[in-house]
Ligand binder design. Sequence first.
Ligand SMILES: Nc1ncnc2c1ncn2[C@@H]1O[C@H](COP(=O)(O)OP(=O)(O)OP(=O)(O)O)[C@@H](O)[C@H]1O
Ligand SMILES: [Mg+2]
Length: 821
Amino acid sequence: MMPIRDVVIFPHMMTPFVVGRESSVRALEEANATGKQIFLATQHDASIDEPRPDEIFSVGTVANIVQSLKQPDGNIKVLVEGVERGKVISVTDEDGFFRAVVKTSSFRIEGGPQLDALVSRVTTQFEQYVKLSQNLNYETMVAAIRPDDPGKLADTVGANLQLTIEEKQELLEIFDPIDRLTRVAEMLDIEIEKLQVDRTIQGRVKRQMERAQKEYYLNEKIKAIQKELGRGEKSEYDELKKKIETAGMPKDAFDKAMSELRRLENMPPMSAESTVSRNYLDWLLAVPWKKASKEIRDLNYAKDVLESDHYGLDKIKERILEFLAVRRLVEKPKGSMLCFVGPPGVGKTSLGMSIAKATGREFVRLSLGGVRDEAEIRGHRRTYIGALPGQIIQMMKKAGTKNPVVMLDEIDKMSMDFRGDPSAALLEVLDPAQNNAFQDHYLDVEYDLSNVLFIATANVLHTIPSPLQDRMEVIRLSGYTEIEKLEIAKRFLVPKQLEGNGLKLDQLEFEDEGLRALIHGYTREAGVRNLEREVGNVCRKVVRSVVMSMPLDEPEEEVKPKKTKGRKKAEVVDIVTKEATDVVSESKAEFKKVTVNEANLSDLIGPAKFRDAVWDKKNEIGSTTGLAWTEVGGSILTTEVSILEGRGKLTTTGKLGDVMQESAQAAMSYVRSRAHQLGLPRDFYRHIDIHVHVPEGAIPKDGPSAGITLATSISSALAKIPVKGDIAMTGEITLRGKVLAIGGLKEKLLAAHRYGITEAILPKENEKDLADIPDVVKKDMKLHFVEHMDEVLKLALEREPEAVPPPTMDYTTKPIEDLRH
Ligand SMILES: Nc1ncnc2c1ncn2[C@@H]1O[C@H](COP(=O)(O)OP(=O)(O)OP(=O)(O)O)[C@@H](O)[C@H]1O
Ligand SMILES: [Mg+2]
């Protein structure tokens, strides 16, 4: 008997192994010397070198020694062939080796369908096992299988499975071939399952490895390509990354940018998708995240700046300074936004610029006129083709700092339609409680607007949605008097235009008288925009003669246009050159300083556009001058009334809104109640139609203030008493003739003053507003404050009506017979 380790030899198996142990060599020699048969049994514990008989399994295999070769190192290489299993009956320890008496047994097998099924099951299972297992050669294994001998089949399969020594020993110890085959079938099941699990795991591992390898390979390739293109190791992605890291973004924006960059890196560089992604990153990097202007907080400095940029406007400057002062003390004051309301050209925009200068901030202007889509404010989502951020974010990019002054110009001209209400988006922008997390649809990360100083401008207040108004501190600018305009022109507009047109002080000078003529004759406005334009006009005329008097210092050829230039341009240049040379060759007279006065103004810029501001309206029946308030400031408006044959209808034409129509009705009711005083029969209205007309021109924005004007015209027309031409009026009227307060008194009086009107009738209730009215106006005009319409008529009509009706009442061109009854 020879103990073997780590292996179980099955019958019918050819197995080679090396024998090294002394006792084993002895046993082998003994066997070789006797019958060339040896009993091979596995020892329990492979680590024991000299096992005792009870440390060896009692069941083993009787084998033939096919070959034994002594090797130079003393070991013997043997090849054995298992013959049959045997059980040890007794063991004797001979001279250095064990001799065992072994009992073998042979079984007779009963064939049958059950056995056949078992055999075929094992064969197919084993085939499958061989396929799955990578260690066995399919062809040799299939050839080795003997389906005709179940015992042999069980041994062949058992020997080739990847079993533990214990499992193999267990198989060896089953002498009954059918039992053994059954057990082998069970073991096969388990082994196949194991192999399958192995295989799926292996497959998974393999796939993962493949992907990682592929990515690595491709990345290396990209790097190599970029190197080849001369971009070196530092790709543009690295640069983007650096920019993102230094942009000072808040956490979520930073994360967003980084993940976008990662996405971008994995996109094909020229694809449409990567362009979108790049643009987005560029925008994220373009908005200022941390860069801020150093704010100037010195109120005295602010005061100086405001003072030096604008003339007058004392109250407004004071309010601006107060506003700035409050902002210094309170972090996020409510209504922390200024809104300048007033007619065009009074300096709203330029005040905003001054505030920026005074506080050391950048200035950007966003025109809201005509904006009617929420997306214009807030941007489009990135999924839209060509999407961009909204105006607010674009303005921030333009400003380049996170604390600029953003001027929301013409906030009253914003409208809304089906695409959403832009004012709703603006609400969020302007609300100090929300605007630290402003959401732009495109940017898709929160942006902090709380450091921005918003300033809005508007011509009128009433078209601004009230929630927006609520967030603003309204400052009204109502327009300038002539004296103020003169000062503004002298101090600001003339120097600005001189400089803008390249003129020097010794070339052009405006006399006060000339400027005054310019204001009177060429402009009629609340602000100074047209005045500035006219000053510019004068400057350009002078520039022309200055240029014409200059010697041509370049040779003529060079002045001539090249042939390649566009035809139109060439022609123009040609004419100018010709003219210039003509004049110069005619008279090289030296240029003399131009002094603008009333006399030479029309030579320079043509005749005056407006008659001199002397009000010369005649006294007329049915025609009254009213004072109106329009979008462009105060204005005057004439109401005309004529009486026609009819049946008591009140017709209104011209620019009368709904409110004005109602005023006309109210005026009519008053007049009817005063029929007796006006010398009219009680039912006078039954036989006439009254036609009220307000000629086009100024479009008044405050309806009811024309009430007393309408009533005066109607009374005058009915009583046939002319209205004084040099008197203007404004006031709302009730049915009983009470005169109620109106808005925009300052604008209205400034307009009346501009037109040269010297007398005005105003509601008593407005007397408190007198403090706002410039002194010149108060000095030049006679103001009557009244409470009742009766007083108005007394002041406005040429004479008092006779309380008794005159003998004939001919209201219309055609006499009406029964009017007397
Ligand atoms: N008080 C003033 N002192 C000096 N310059 C003034 C004054 N008021 C207005 N201006 C000048 O008049 C011009 C027109 O003013 P600005 O553009 O600010 O008007 P605006 O009120 O914004 O008009 P709009 O409603 O049409 O936008 C500017 O050049 C401005 O500097
Ligand atoms: Mg403006």
